[in-house]
Design a protein around this ligand. Structure first.
Ligand code: PLP
Length: 336
């Protein structure tokens, strides 16, 4: 199966499975899992934070960050398109009693500081207390400029806000910018990383932050049922993902550019409005093309795409090579 729906479909490779099978493990709820401890210690140092926490998912890592930074009745400012506003089942509001204050994202994925400043509530009992700014990088495949991140840090210091990064795909941003990850992470009070997307681990995310923040997050993780026992089996996969699968993200980006240019040549497909920056390709599919039927024809050829979005989204990852893209393009040509 060639699967373009997301980079979450990546399969752990043989050497990762081998490391998992042989991982030294213990009960992580007692703090006894050597592989979890090694990953958390290494990841904190590698990304320039005091501490790290392994979590079940990116959604959980974001929720822990929001709940550790904010108390009931506090508020976080985020993008209207932010994953931790739009796609996480309202967790911060439901479970944390934290009010989101979404701001329309600018076309480049950033949030305007003027709009954020206008949304920050004065210290007055009528209002929720504005505590945190949450950014996302990459957002919809777009990379936030480093100069913007530096301005966000200054802005948050001026307004006494904490600054969080939903960095589910932050390594795609670092690879696209050709910078070390610390050039991005250094601006933030906390950051999440998904190990289970383009980096190729089967399960898990990391939350990075100060010792105090992570110890608060560890308590909330337990409360949410996220205390896992011999989780070192997953941690070794995460460690391999972060140490072996970062540089190759450049191939995914090159393949995404190639995919966009090949789709653009097809009748009824247009990618020109969505310049590719990382591994996510957006495409307008003409109304005259029956999406459902095309998807089914492709399925018969063991190609999975999701064409229902407007625009539709295709994602490249380690289990898609250039020849797979040629296979997709040929199959679309043959199907309509
Ligand atoms: C995928 C994703 C998440 C959530 O990760 P899960 O592991 O699927 O819960 C959070 N933020 C962004 C930007 C994502 O793309």
């Amino acid at each position: 199966m060639i699967d373009f729906r997301s980079d979450t479909v990546t399969q752990p490779d043989a050497s990762m499975r081998d490391a998992m099978a042989n991982a030294p493990v213990g009960d992580d709820v007692y703090g006894d899992d050597p592989s979890i401890n090694a990953l958390e210690t290494w990841a904190a140092e590698r990304h320039g934070f005091e501490a790290a926490l392994f979590t079940t998912s990116g959604t959980q890592a974001n929720l822990l960050a929001l709940m550790a930074h904010c108390e009931r009745g506090d508020e976080y400012v985020c993008g209207q398109q932010a994953h931790n506003y739009k796609y996480e089942a309202g967790g911060a509001a439901v479970l944390g009693s934290i009010q989101p204050q979404p701001i329309e994202n600018e076309p480049d994925g950033t949030l305007s500081f003027d709009k954020i400043a206008a949304a920050i509530k004065p210290d007055d009992f009528h209002f929720a207390r504005t505590k945190l700014l949450s950014l996302e990088n990459t957002i919809g495949g777009k990379v936030l400029p480093l100069s913007y991140l530096a301005k966000a840090r200054t802005f948050c210091d001026q307004h006494q806000l904490q600054l969080h990064l939903d960095g589910a795909r932050v390594y795609n941003a670092a690879v696209a910018l050709e910078v070390d990850i610390k050039a991005i992470s250094c601006h933030f009070d906390s950051m999440t990383i998904c190990l289970s997307k383009g980096l190729g681990a089967p399960v898990g995310s990391l939350l990075l932050g100060s010792k105090a923040l992570i110890s608060k997050a560890r308590r909330i993780r337990k409360m949410l049922g996220g205390g896992m026992r011999q989780a070192g089996i997953l941690a070794v996969a995460g460690y391999k993902a972060l140490t072996e699968n970062v540089e190759r993200l450049a191939e995914d980006h090159a393949n995404a550019h190639y995919l966009a240019s090949e789709l653009e040549k097809l009748n009824g497909f247009s990618t020109s409005g969505y310049p590719v920056q990382t591994n996510i390709v957006y495409v307008d599919v003409a109304e005259t093309i029956n999406h459902t039927r095309l998807q089914m024809r492709l399925m018969e050829k063991e190609i999975r795409v999701s064409l229902s979005g407007k625009p539709a989204r295709l994602v490249t990852h380690k289990d898609i090579c250039r020849a797979d893209i040629d296979t997709l393009i040929a199959a679309i040509k043959a199907s309509h």
